[in-house]
Design a protein around this ligand. Structure first.
Ligand SMILES: [Zn+2]
Length: 279
């Protein structure tokens, strides 16, 4: 068994790989051990996912919508008082209106008690031109694609030998080839996609979803369909992220969007995707 990123022997690897990090609410989408080797798994966790999850947008998002990380902890949200003292706020996961405010000194506490006001800046979206976000999306795209084809016999060998994925693989794993791999971000829905149910004291979550888009098959080579552009489209908390798996470009995605009234494939019914190919 070989790793789908570094292609080294992964028979003794022990870790399963979460396609979307647990800290963004993913509990179910997992690649079994050996698909991604322990070395790659630990590199992705410590270098790419950590860098992204600690970004102000993602940290504040995780705190606001109260997603526990794998240690069961919800990050605090940074805010400030009327006299601009910095505070940290923890929202209650119980769905009540109680918040915990962590302050540094008596003066800050007095300001809070006197003014009765706290300010929590909301960062609306992640950065649009950031190497870690681009590696993060490329990583999720490759893993989601691996999961999508994993019911096919011998898929792992085919996936490793598929050199149309090598450029993205090398960029994500080794930072090779490109300063940044382009991606596209836009808001398609409201952020709050968690419904709290009082009766059962639980949440129904619509945290993340994804799909693939192939605008067209461009040629046949020895009876095998050639795909020039394979786009991965991911929704996290109302934001759509798009990235190309087969080359570092989004031109065909933008033209597909304009042909389709800028609809997101995540919000289209399957029958509307008449150009798309099931993979
Ligand atoms: Zn590996």
């Amino acid at each position: 068994m070989r790793c789908i990123f570094c292609k080294n022997d992964s028979a003794n690897s022990k870790s399963v790989e979460h396609i979307i990090p647990e800290s963004l609410g993913n509990k179910n989408n997992i690649l079994p051990k050996g698909v991604v080797c322990d070395n790659c798994n630990s590199y992705f966790g410590s270098k790419i996912e950590k860098a992204v999850l600690e970004m102000p947008y993602f940290k504040s998002l995780r705190g606001r919508i109260m997603i526990e990380n794998k240690k069961g902890k919800i990050p605090s949200v940074s805010g400030f008082t009327k006299s601009k003292d910095i505070i940290e706020i923890n929202f209650s996961p119980k769905g009540d209106n109680i918040i915990e405010v962590i302050y540094n000194d008596e003066k800050t506490l007095n300001t809070i008690l006197n003014s009765n006001e706290l300010f929590v800046p909301v960062i609306p979206e992640p950065p649009r031109n950031n190497i870690n976000v681009s590696k993060f999306l490329g990583l999720i795209a490759l893993e989601a694609f691996a999961q999508r084809v994993s019911s096919i016999e011998n898929w792992q060998d085919d996936f490793i030998q598929n050199n149309s994925l090598d450029e993205l693989r090398n960029f994500v794993r080794y930072g090779k080839g490109y300063a940044i791999w382009p991606y596209h971000i836009r808001r398609i829905d409201s952020e709050n996609q968690i419904d709290y149910c009082k009766e059962s004291n639980s949440y129904s979550e619509k945290l993340n979803e994804y799909d693939f888009l192939i605008p067209e098959i461009s040629s046949m080579d020895n009876g095998i369909h050639q795909v020039d552009n394979l786009y991965f489209v991911l929704g996290i908390m109302g934001i759509e992220y798009s990235i190309n798996l087969t080359n570092a470009g989004l031109d065909r995605y933008f033209s597909w969007l304009s042909e389709n009234n800028n609809k997101s494939i995540l919000q289209m019914e399957k029958y509307e995707l008449h150009n798309n190919i099931n993979i």
